[in-house]
Design a protein around this ligand. Structure first.
Ligand SMILES: Cc1ncc(COP(=O)(O)O)c(C=O)c1O
Length: 414
């Protein structure tokens, strides 16, 4: 029998679950931002209490501050099976794509082509579309308007010898479908193009092996993976060596600084290794054999996904049973096909009204386009009202899912 996630243990790692106010709520806004693990909070508190000075000077507090930051780069790199020089920790994913696109604006030539999907959160769309201002041809890889899904055959029609970049999401924050990153990346590479993958909605559900995916650039947001408010950008070493420097000119030979012009948030970076500490605590609690980082990640992913699947099944089963409800994305709870990010709308009731009714029953959720503006527009859904989104995480409980499903039943009938 496969191992089950010990939810009691998991929830004890998140101080939010012990707060009286939070306990009233079934929390389903995880795709917006997750609760923070205590390992992260402890490291953040330690940094701002004892080490909050300019890091990397020789005096002890400063040296320790620098060590705490270095540790985060190193441990996150190990987690993702890459080198620490390939990890950039910027303010957010939106800011990281903005800077990356500004580097490509310098490197690309007039007439070069890039492909951008319309399944994206705007963070991985707007900055790329603006490259059109520099004479770069932007082609849209469009979703199927009925299902919200991307079809790789459509990409085949867009790729050409002029393609330099393909920008797409690993998993949409609305449609939730898991795109086949390896196949798409292989196709792009065949044409000599690079890929930029937005993993913000995937990373909270899977610890990702960047080397195995063989991507050029991959982004996600640590505040959605139980960590501090930062965006992680993985840039493959060969790509980072070639890309235009967007940092201070005298730092051009320091790889990471090329795409980190802002001067990073030291305390948040120091706290980021707490995410890896959290994963390690979960691993050690459930397994008693040591293993390589990738095989630990594999086991944790299985644990997390089996819990997420149980939770998603309860909500999705209800939504699929109601013929007046449209579930966006894959019509299944299977976590190999979708994230437990559940978006839907009702034929006869606005999403705002549904949100209000769910909120009354202490289901923490919201409605709207969630910045996946182009996707919601392509689906023909009202942009203001959008969809209702119930997004789970591995710490979501079956009880919370039942509470959500009962609340939906009370609103729409069984
Ligand atoms: C899929 C996806 N991509 C990108 C972003 C933007 O991330 P950030 O808030 O770090 O800029 C979000 C934020 O919700 C998202 O859901």
């Amino acid at each position: 029998m496969s191992q089950e996630l010990d939810l009691n243990f998991i929830r004890k790692q998140f101080p939010a679950f012990s707060q009286a106010e939070n306990r009233k709520w079934a929390f389903f806004e995880n795709a917006g931002g997750s609760y923070m693990a205590k390992q992260v909070i402890d490291k953040f508190t330690d940094y701002i209490s004892h080490k909050r000075v300019q890091p990397y000077s020789p005096y002890s507090m400063s040296a320790q501050a620098g060590q705490a930051m270095d540790l985060s780069y190193q441990r996150l790199a190990e987690l993702h099976n890459v080198d620490s020089s390939e990890i950039i920790l910027g303010p957010s994913t939106s800011m990281n794509t903005f800077i990356l696109a500004s580097a490509f604006a310098k490197d690309l030539q007039k007439g070069d082509e890039i492909i951008v999907s319309n399944q994206e959160h705007e963070a991985n769309a707007g900055s790329w579309w603006r490259l059109a201002d520099y004479g770069i041809v932007v082609k849209e890889w469009q979703i199927d308007r009925k299902t919200g899904l991307l079809d790789i055959a459509e990409l085949d029609n867009l790729l050409s010898d002029k393609t330099k970049l393909v920008c797409f999401t690993h998993c949409s924050n609305i449609a939730a479908a898991i795109n086949d990153v390896k196949t798409i990346t292989n196709k792009a590479h065949t044409f000599g193009a690079q890929v930029v993958v937005d993993g913000v909605s995937y990373a909270p559900h899977q610890i990702i092996d960047f080397k195995d995916l063989n991507v050029d650039y991959y982004l996600y947001s640590l505040y959605k993976t139980y960590g501090p408010h930062l965006g992680l950008l993985y840039a493959k070493r060969e790509s980072l060596e070639k890309i235009a420097n967007r940092g201070h000119f005298f730092n051009a030979d320091k790889l990471r600084y090329k795409l980190d012009p802002a001067g990073p948030n030291h305390a948040a970076i120091a706290a980021a290794s707490g995410v890896v500490d959290y994963y390690e605590a979960v691993y050690n609690h459930h397994f008693n054999s040591d293993a390589s980082a990738p095989s630990k990640a594999k086991k944790l992913n299985q644990l997390f996904n089996s819990q997420e699947e149980k939770v998603a099944k309860i909500i999705i089963d209800y939504l699929l049973s109601n013929k007046d409800i449209q579930l966006i994305g894959p019509q299944t709870h299977d976590t190999s096909k979708r994230a437990p990010t559940i978006s839907f709308r009702h034929k006869n009731m606005s999403s705002a009204k549904i949100t209000a009714a769910l909120t009354k029953q202490y289901i923490a959720t919201n409605n709207g386009h969630f910045y996946a503006y182009r996707l919601i527009k392509a689906l023909g859904i009202d942009l203001e009202d959008g969809i209702v989104r119930l997004s789970a995480s591995h710490y979501s409980s079956v009880e919370d899912a039942k509470k959500a499903s009962l609340a939906l039943e009370s609103i729409f009938g069984s």
